[in-house]
Structures are given as structure tokens and as C-alpha cells.
Design a binder for this molecule. Structure first.
Ligand SMILES: Cc1cc2nc3c(=O)[nH]c(=O)nc-3n(C[C@H](O)[C@H](O)[C@H](O)COP(=O)(O)OP(=O)(O)OC[C@H]3O[C@@H](n4cnc5c(N)ncnc54)[C@H](O)[C@@H]3O)c2cc1C
Length: 449
């Protein structure tokens, strides 16, 4: 006889996973450590507590990737979306919620669900061996004892305690009348490509103006409890490097050595390099440009870089306290730890970013665990759906096989381009969204629990 599936963490991902399991008829135990043990960010004891903003961002499925993810989750019977819809507050095109009402609705759903038992306890180490199916959804503030045990299991390098996110731009918004492709010294990479990077050149004045803008730009401030996280030397924010001296960046990530600007046949004074960020080649990150500049300031300052004047940002930079796995390396396509497949992961700890994305991975983890428990074949969501694209990004779609894996929100750049279609702007987003929902339907039908 098999026991229940255990879900560790009653946040957005864990609650969604437990709900999907219950919908499939699987007995589930949901372990939540609050109020026995608290985190630095959660304020109360409720399940699915929103730790900061009360917004699930855009609800426009036709024109926005997170809106599309909402719609896919609704169609897949998401508890998190159901509770959010029931407790909406006015927020224009965004889905924002009354946080107490939202969390209360999630609690109430479980109170009426006999298949889910809720235990208020910390899982302070690896789960016992006789729990044959576990979903770990303990989030960015996983308790230290469990984080330590995971680090011991996966290796020190494979579990991060902070994210250091450099901005990511859409490749098709880079101006190639100024930028060019070249690797330093034309050195071929493992794939034999000697032009792996996109280079944006700066002359002396442009470099000076960029440094000045970084120094004066408005920054976000570390929370008191984040200040002690030991990451500054290894991964300095770009503006902190700029503070150390006018030329620090020019001898660091902006060094121009080994590069010739084909438009001038000269070595630039400084360079910003962009590296491919996803397997599709639709997204590029600004190498070494992790930053604490405020979002609006990032767009203003980084558009001063020649070639990026009209850049569209798929993700803006940041540095946060965040516990997450090197998922592309550690997890299989069904979110199981390759080294110990009885452990499955969900939520922000898998390297997605945001409330909705975390819940979405919880939804998939719950469905995968349910199918496995029932001996049914598990079908992956098509990569053309927002659910499938997000899953592919964390479990293998990431170009660098985990080498520089950093958390990511859902965005259209994760979806495979439309075949033979030259649609741009809104028309392209709408076509991608319509394709996603069309492809979602047969997957949902086939995966009926
Ligand atoms: C300070 C902060 C602010 C954020 N603000 C936003 C925002 O405004 N908008 C946004 O979209 N995203 C935000 N995020 C990112 C992220 O979307 C949220 O953290 C989101 O809640 C992640 O969902 P989750 O289910 O993975 O983790 P959580 O919602 O954090 O749930 C994890 C749960 O696991 C429990 N837990 C931890 N360890 C154990 C253990 N060992 N045993 C049992 N239970 C355990 C925790 O108490 C918690 O309830 C923020 C993150 C942080 C850290």
C-alpha cells in the first residue's frame, strides 16, 4: 500500500500542488512550518500568503505572457487563480487581490477537502526515506535546516541563496547598425561559434555619461535581513563597481580587449557584451550587469548604451535573497531531482520568479505527481504554451545548462517563435497567445485526472 504524497511548504506553489493532487483523488499531507517557525518576510500564519505586492500582474491573456499564464492555469483548474478571481480588487488591467481574502479562500478550500491533511510543522532536513513521493515547495526563504540538507545532497554550488539578475533584452530590439557579433579574440565556444556575443561599443564620452548615470540613478535598498547575505564580492552590482573608480568597469565586465568594432575598425573605449539567454536565441542578457537600480532607472540608464536605445526588456536586473536550485542541471523534465527522484520540486525554489510562475510550477508538479501515483503516463505541456515554456526554461531550455541559471518571470521570449510568420508587436503576442491556448486544450484533455 502506498502512503500519501507529501507536499512541503504551504505557499503559492505548495497549495496549488496539493490542490491538483486532491483533484486527482490522491491523499496528500501539506506541511507548513508557520506559525511554528517564521520566515523573515511572511507576516502571518495563513496559507498562500503574499509576502509583498498584492498583484498577480497583467490579466490580459491576449497581449501579456503572465496574463496568458493566468488563463492557462484557470483552464487547468488552478486553486490559486480561483481564489484570486474571487478576491479581486480594482487594479486596471492587472489581477490584484485582497490578500487576507485570498489567503482565507485557499485555507477554506482545504478545510472542505478531506483528501488534504495540513500539518503545521517544519521539515528540518531531508524528508524520511519512507515518504516515497514528496514535493518540496519551500520557496525563496526555505528554512535553514532544509536548505542545508538540500545543499549537502546537491552540492554547494547547486543551491543559491541569492539571485544576481542582469537585465535581459529581446534580441530583435537590438540595433545592429551599432552592435555586432563577436567573441573576445574570436575565440570559439564549445559549440564552435566564434561570434557568440553581441557587443555594444562606447566611446570615452558615452562611457563617462553611462557611469555618471549609474552613480546618480535611484537604487532600491536592501532589507535589513538581506544585508548580511554574503554575496557582494562575488557578484557586485554594476553601480557599486562604478563607485569604486571611473575605470573599474572598463577593466571588468566592460573591458574592450579582443574586440574590433567592424563599423570603425577600432577597439572601442568600453563595451557592453550581451550573451544568449535562452536556447531559442530570442533573449540576451547584459553580461555582468546585475544591479540594484530601480526598474524605471534601469530602462533609462541602459538605453544610453549604443545599440540598446530601443531595447525592450524581458527582465530587469536585481539582487535579492532567494534560495533556488540549479534546476537545469539537477531536475529531470518532470521536476524530479535526478539524484533522488522521490523528491520533486515546485515554486520559486526551482528558479522561476513571481507569485504566478511559482503557483504554475506547483500546478505542474501536482499533476505530474498525481499521474505517477496512478501509474498513468505523464505528458509534458507543449512548449508553445506558457506552462510548457516556463517548465522547459527551468528544466532544460536554458542555454547554458545551468551554468549561469538565474530566476526568470514568464515572457514571450520563452515561447518558440511562430513558424513562417513575420507578425510584430501586438499582433505577434496575440498570435503566440492564441497558439498557446489552442495547444493547451488537447494536453488538458489527455491529462484528465
Ligand atoms: C521578500 C520577498 C518579496 C517578494 N515579492 C514578490 C512580489 O511582490 N510579487 C511577486 O510576484 N513575487 C514576489 N516574490 C517572489 C515569489 O514570487 C514569492 O516569494 C512567492 O511567494 C514564491 O512562492 P513559493 O510557493 O515558491 O514560496 P512561498 O510562497 O514563500 O511558500 C513557501 C512556504 O514554505 C514554508 N517553508 C519554508 N521552509 C519550510 C520547511 N522546512 N518546512 C515546512 N515549511 C517550510 C514557508 O513558511 C512558506 O509558507 C517575493 C519574494 C520575497 C522573498
Amino acid at each position: 500500500m502506498t502512503g500519501p504524497v507529501h507536499v512541503v511548504g504551504g505557499g503559492l506553489a505548495g497549495c496549488e500542488a496539493a490542490w491538483q493532487l486532491a483533484r486527482a483523488g490522491i491523499p496528500t499531507v501539506l506541511h507548513e512550518m508557520r506559525p511554528v517557525r517564521r520566515t523573515e518576510a511572511h507576516a502571518g500564519d495563513g496559507l498562500a500568503e503574499l509576502v509583498c505586492s498584492n498583484s498577480f500582474r497583467s490579466d490580459d491573456w491576449e497581449n501579456n505572457a503572465v496574463g496568458l499564464l493566468h488563463e492557462e492555469m484557470r483552464r487547468a483548474g488552478s486553486l490559486i487563480l480561483r481564489a484570486a478571481d474571487a478576491h479581486q480588487v480594482p487594479a486596471g488591467g492587472a489581477l490584484a487581490v485582497d490578500r487576507e481574502g485570498f489567503s482565507g479562500a485557499v485555507e477554506a478550500a482545504f478545510a472542505e477537502e478531506p483528501l488534504v491533511e495540513i500539518r503545521r510543522e517544519e521539515i528540518a532536513g531531508l524528508p524520511p526515506d519512507d515518504w516515497d513521493q514528496v514535493i518540496i515547495a519551500t520557496g525563496p526563504l526555505t528554512s535553514p535546516a532544509l536548505a542545508q540538507a538540500l545543499q549537502d545532497l546537491t552540492g554547494t554550488e547547486q543551491l543559491a541563496f541569492f539571485d544576481a539578475i542582469a537585465p535581459v533584452v529581446y534580441a530583435d530590439s537590438i540595433d545592429f547598425s551599432k552592435a555586432w557579433r563577436q567573441s573576445r579574440y574570436d575565440k570559439p565556444g564549445p559549440a564552435g561559434d566564434a561570434a557568440a556575443y553581441i557587443n555594444c561599443p562606447l566611446d570615452r564620452d558615452q562611457y563617462g555619461a553611462l557611469i555618471a548615470a549609474m552613480l546618480t540613478g535611484e537604487k532600491t535598498i536592501f532589507k535589513e535581513w538581506e544585508k548580511s547575505t554574503p554575496y557582494f564580492e562575488g557578484c557586485l552590482p554594476v553601480e557599486v563597481m562604478a563607485e569604486r573608480g571611473r575605470d573599474t568597469l572598463r577593466f571588468g565586465p566592460m573591458k574592450p580587449v579582443g574586440l574590433t568594432n567592424p563599423y570603425t575598425n577600432q577597439r572601442p573605449h568600453a563595451v557592453v557584451q550581451l550573451r544568449q539567454d535562452n536556447a531559442l536565441g530570442t533573449l540576451y542578457n547584459l553580461v555582468g550587469f546585475q544591479t540594484k537600480l530601480k526598474y524605471g532607472e534601469q530602462e533609462r540608464v541602459f538605453r544610453m548604451i549604443p545599440g540598446l536605445e530601443s531595447a525592450r526588456f524581458a527582465r530587469l536586473g536585481g539582487l535579492h535573497r532567494n534560495t533556488f536550485l540549479n534546476s537545469p542541471r539537477l531536475l529531470d523534465p518532470l521536476l524530479r531531482l535526478k539524484a533522488r527522484p522521490s523528491l520533486r520540486f515546485a515554486g520559486q525554489i526551482t528558479g522561476v520568479e513571481g507569485y504566478v510562475e511559482s503557483a504554475a510550477i506547483g500546478l505542474l508538479a501536482g499533476r505530474f505527481a498525481a499521474a505517477e501515483r496512478q501509474g498513468r503516463p505523464v505528458a509534458l505541456p507543449p512548449p508553445t504554451t506558457a506552462l510548457g515554456a516556463l517548465l522547459a526554461h527551468i528544466t532544460g531550455g536554458h542555454l547554458a545548462e545551468g551554468a549561469s541559471f538565474q530566476p526568470m518571470n514568464v515572457n514571450y521570449g520563452l515561447l518558440p517563435p511562430l513558424e513562417g510568420d513575420s507578425a510584430r508587436g501586438r499582433a505577434r503576442k496575440q498570435a503566440l497567445s492564441q497558439r498557446a491556448l489552442a495547444h493547451l486544450a488537447p494536453w488538458l484533455d489527455a491529462a484528465v485526472c
